[in-house]
Design a protein around this ligand. Structure first.
Ligand SMILES: C[S@@+](CC[C@H](N)C(=O)[O-])C[C@H]1O[C@@H](n2cnc3c(N)ncnc32)[C@H](O)[C@@H]1O
Length: 297
């Protein structure tokens, strides 16, 4: 039976039976201080959202946009603390999945490796890394010459014309693909007979109208537009057609999809529209209410 729970998924997932879920599809917090729910480190003396000497001198630092200088020892611990946060739920994810079942995790480019290590350490097999190529992405990179112009340093402004501070436009996001190990001595085909998971369905994806909805499929690169209807409900909202693609690829109708960090419910809506059962968990009551409205609508 499908359900959405408002609560902490680290606790709530303990109520789900062993070997019950056919697919976990989740866009987890990336730990990059994108929003308050995304601050997963001990925020002591951290320049990121916490108090640092630099922050008390200046009010220029906002929630984001702060360069990663490793100014404080606390900042240097952020990747490790992200790994530790992932270990709080990774073994529960493994427990609730059926043997051979898939688990897709949207994890940010900066700390995805920490998430991979946490899930591997919990017992998952890391199968592949898919690339979601977006049609657009916000880009923050400062022109070096503009900074020199402000300092009236025309020589350097000319010398560094065309140079930028920051990253390249972030037009892809990794989707990590894990599998729960299946029984010793079984083949994957034996596992499919017993648990109805373990393979991927190329035909379902080829034959269905997703191809007309902004998705272009070429092996493990997925080009998918963000439609107008995929915006405005959550700062990390994911396209429904992308979630549908991943659900169709790995599950049959009637099977159960879990999203323990469901945000405004994109995974759940996709699962519902495809005739799958779903379980969603979201800690923020405002997003939980949006999920309920979306699913009712
Ligand atoms: C990256 S967002 C998911 C966005 C989602 N893909 C969508 O399309 O709306 C992650 C969500 O996890 C929620 N969250 C963070 N910690 C949580 C926890 N311990 N239990 C449940 N939800 C949590 C946040 O409130 C946030 O809405």
């Amino acid at each position: 039976m499908s359900t959405v729970i408002c609560g902490d998924s680290i606790k709530e997932i303990k109520k789900i039976d062993d070997n019950f879920i056919h697919l976990i599809l989740s866009d987890i917090p990336y730990g990059i201080s994108f929003d308050k729910w995304d601050v997963l480190h001990n925020n002591t003396n951290s320049a990121l959202l916490g108090k640092s000497p630099a922050q008390s001198k200046s009010n220029l630092f906002k929630t984001r946009g702060k360069p990663l200088n490793g100014w404080s020892e606390a900042d240097k611990q952020i990747p490790l603390e992200y790994y530790q946060w992932c270990t709080k739920w990774a073994s529960e994810w493994l427990r609730v999945l059926k043997p051979g079942a898939s688990c897709f995790v949207f994890a940010g480019r900066r700390y995805a490796h920490r998430c991979i290590c946490a899930l591997e350490d919990a017992g998952f097999i890391f199968k592949d890394m898919l690339s979601w190529q977006k049609d657009a992405a916000a880009h923050r990179a400062q022109n070096v010459s503009v900074v020199f112009d402000k300092r009236d340093d025309t020589v350097n402004a000319k010398k560094w014309a065309g140079w930028k501070l920051g990253n390249l436009r972030p037009l892809f996001e990794p989707i990590l693909w894990f599998m729960k190990p299946y029984a010793i001595g079984d083949t994957l085909t034996d596992n499919i007979v017993q648990h109805e998971v373990g393979g991927y369905n190329e035909n379902a994806v080829k034959n269905q109208p997703l191809l007309n909805q902004g998705i272009e499929i070429c092996s493990n690169i997925i080009k998918c537009r963000t439609e107008k209807s995929d915006r405005g409900l959550h700062p990390a909202q994911k396209p429904i057609s992308l979630m549908k693609y991943l659900i169709e690829l790995t599950t049959l109708k009637g099977q159960t999809v879990l999203d323990p960090f469901c945000g405004c419910g994109s995974t759940l809506l996709a699962a519902k529209e495809l005739g799958r059962e779903y379980i969603g968990i979201e800690i923020n009551p405002d997003y939980y209410n949006i999920v309920c409205k979306r699913l009712d609508g």
